[in-house]
Design a protein around this ligand. Structure first.
Ligand SMILES: Cc1ncc(COP(=O)(O)O)c(C=O)c1O
Length: 522
């Protein structure tokens, strides 16, 4: 029978969400946890009963874990943000009439609302339905999976690819298989690698050596220490999404050649965004050659294994690995996480393929995104805001304190209708908490201006450290490189973007002129 909640109701106020039980106000929660308290008649209202003092106190234990997370400020609050396909990058919050400008989406190019993608998905959904029907072994393999995997292999100029249910699963499954099937294998993993890579390596049971983030000397020393005939896999990302650093791909390939290792690159945050066809940074490094033809002997060819995700620049869902036919067949044949799970539904696979096809033909939106990124970075730096320099599309705005980081994000959301996600430990080291701003191709100059003036106001109001403060690094605790010239030129050159270096846009070689001692609020 339909059960109505009885003594439990919620009342929304201006800045907070008040929870009332049995006529009494029992708590007032900040708006960001609306999703967890909104009425749902099917939500159980009774607490699980205690099993008695002689048994393990399960519920109390769960609560203690949560309390620990709240105390060390690593507890994650979810926001109810409903992205609007027709109004990208806007979303509405719990109130359908509201509008929030989303500055932290990974759907960087708005492909989730792209008409070609949506039409393809509609057509496939109507014809083939919402479910794949089983694992790839049991009726989940179909023409959509075949076409998508062909496209992914072509994208990276590889013999084959394997599509999995997410980017996380792709890394986890592929690395688990590699580490467990190559006898005595040693992983050499960059210190800033994503959780899915760390877990994949761990699940494989193979041994690992962690090298300093982008530190080639450290990588070489570790490679040297491993016997020649031991299988070695260098695992790294092209664009690191929390700091926006870009790896020295060619130099890593040189070391792999020198020490008989294979290379595994995660291009998850570069797909759709770099390269003439959106294949990632490895493609971008031979930009002209790939733009005109598909040459042999490129940086892409030097990479043994590509890992990717489709839920970022390609705006849909899923993950994959691409490499030699034998490698892909091995993963397909032994990976538990691939074999024993239901395949993604046909519309998802078809939509992912449509997004890749679109981006291969249309470089405009990735160029527009890079122009927006440059404009935002330049404006922020000129206003003394601490943007950590990098060569990519990520705009890390440093706060350096988890509570303040959350506070900035709350004020931006509640007062300025701007959604920028705070990034706290463990995603980044303590003391390096930040807002991770990711401009999209669709953010207009007016939206950029609104972001800038709002952030400047909040920085002044809360007295947060400015760019100058960070550069001085008073206590010397946080080791960050604030010099754009040392960090290197953006992956997209001015020529490729067709922009004049000294005009509107930020160029590392001219950065010193933009660094005024701008105390905010003065
Ligand atoms: C570098 C990297 N690899 C893999 C993933 C996982 O991809 P997905 O979100 O499709 O599971 C992420 C997710 O953010 C990521 O940042």
């Amino acid at each position: 029978m339909f059960r109505l909640p009885t003594a439990h109701s919620t009342l929304r106020r201006a800045q907070c969400h008040t929870v009332i039980k049995a006529g009494k106000v029992v708590s007032t929660l900040p708006r960001r946890c609306l999703a967890t308290v909104t009425h749902d008649p099917f939500r159980p209202v009774s607490r699980p009963s205690s099993r008695g003092p002689q048994w393990f106190p399960y519920e109390e234990h769960y609560e203690s874990v949560i309390t620990r997370k709240k105390t060390d400020k690593s507890y994650r609050w979810f926001r109810n943000v409903n992205r609007l396909a027709q109004e990208f990058p806007y979303a509405h919050s719990a109130d359908e009439q509201s509008r929030v400008d989303v500055w932290c989406t990974n759907d960087y190019l708005g492909m989730g609302g792209n008409p070609e993608v949506i039409q393809t998905m509609h057509a496939v959904l109507d014809k083939y339905g919402a479910c794949s029907g089983g694992s790839r072994n049991i009726s989940g393999h179909n023409k959509h999976a075949i076409a998508l995997e062909d496209t992914l292999a072509q994208l990276h100029n590889k013999e084959a690819s394997l599509y999995l249910n997410s980017g996380y699963t792709a890394n986890d499954c592929a690395l688990t298989v590699l580490g467990s099937q190559l006898p005595g294998c040693v992983f050499l993993s960059d210190a800033s690698n994503h959780a899915s890579i760390i877990e994949g390596i761990r699940h494989s049971g193979a041994s690992k050596k962690i090298w300093g983030h982008n530190d080639l000397e450290d990588l070489e020393n570790k490679l040297k220490s491993i016997p020649k005939d031991t299988p070695k896999i260098i695992v790294f990302e092209s664009v690191y999404s929390m700091c926006g650093t870009v790896s020295p791909i060619e130099k890593i390939c040189d070391l792999a050649d020198k020490y008989g290792a294979i290379t595994y690159i995660d291009e998850v945050h570069a797909l759709g965004l770099y390269g003439p066809h959106g294949a990632g940074v490895a493609e971008h490094l031979d930009y002209e050659a790939h733009r005109t033809e598909r040459p042999q002997g490129t940086v892409m060819d030097r990479i043994d294994i590509f890992a990717g995700a489709l839920g970022k620049g390609f705006g849909t869902m899923g993950g994959y690995v691409a490499g030699s036919a034998a490698l892909i067949d091995m993963i397909r044949s032994v990976s538990s996480g691939f074999i024993f799970t239901t395949a993604q539904p046909p519309p998802i696979m078809a939509g992912a393929k449509a997004a890749i096809d679109f981006q291969r033909r249309n470089p405009q939106s990735r160029m527009e995104l890079q122009r927006n990124v440059r404009a935002v970075k330049k404006a922020f730096r000129e206003h003394g805001l601490p943007v950590l320099p990098n060569q990519s599309h990520i705009v890390p705005l440093m706060v350096g304190d988890s509570a303040k980081c959350q506070q900035v994000a709350d004020i931006l959301f509640d007062e300025y209708q701007i959604y920028a996600q705070p990034i706290n430990n463990p995603s980044v080291p303590r003391g390096q908490e930040r807002l991770r701003i990711s401009p999209t191709a669709s953010h207009t100059p007016a939206q950029q201006q609104h972001l800038l003036s709002s952030v400047v106001e909040v920085w002044g109001r809360l007295g947060l450290p400015t760019l100058r403060d960070w550069e001085r690094d008073v206590d010397g605790k946080v080791k960050l490189d604030w010099d754009p010239a040392r960090v290197g030129s953006p992956v997209w050159s001015n020529k490729q973007l067709d922009v004049a270096p000294r005009e509107l846009l930020f160029d590392p070689s001219t950065s010193s002129v933009t660094l005024e001692d701008t105390r905010l609020g003065q």
